[in-house]
Design a protein. Structure first.
Length: 166
């Protein structure tokens, strides 16, 4: 029986050795696969970083072009351009006095803006709604007047003559 135990022990040792070898091969294979995946992830991260950098550069260029174009448009705005800009802003944002600021009437624009802000603060009382409504109507009327005047008449009246109201 001792020979049987010895053969059984040898068989178990052989099986244990085979299991260890199999586990080692599996661990090596898993480690190799993990290294490959890590390298792939590094490559993808590098590509993503490069693409993000390219996108950021393009976005900066586009923003700069837009900014330069907007500066040129506002710097060159005279006569007809200010007429249309002031008229449309008078209709849309007239209560805030934006159209007055565009034409260079800072005092009058400040008055409209101040009345609007006061109205917004007092809107919970009720009289504030009237104070918000009045500058809005003034802006609407002025915007319509600006757009209905001829270019020459607008220029002479509001840019040369500096007529502040209506």
């Amino acid at each position: 029986m001792s020979d049987d135990n010895k053969n059984l022990s040898d068989d178990l040792n052989d099986m244990l050795g085979d299991a260890k070898d199999g586990a080692k091969k599996a661990a090596d294979k898993a480690s190799e696969k993990a290294s490959e995946l890590a390298n792939d992830a590094k490559e993808l991260a590098s590509e993503a970083k490069e693409k993000a950098s390219e996108f950021a550069g393009e976005a900066k260029n586009t923003a700069k072009e837009f900014s330069d174009g907007a500066k040129d448009a506002f710097n060159k705005a005279s006569g007809d351009n200010k007429k249309i800009l002031a008229g449309i802003l008078g209709i849309i944002l007239g209560g805030l006095g934006v159209h007055k600021f565009i034409l260079g009437y800072n005092k009058e624009g400040g008055i409209l803006l101040g009345i609007w802000i006061l109205g917004a603060v007092l809107s919970c009382v009720g009289i504030g709604l009237l104070l918000i409504w009045i500058p809005g109507v003034i802006g609407l009327i002025e915007g319509i007047i600006y757009l209905t005047k001829s270019d020459e008449e607008f220029y002479n009246t509001y840019q040369v003559g500096k007529k502040p109201w209506f």
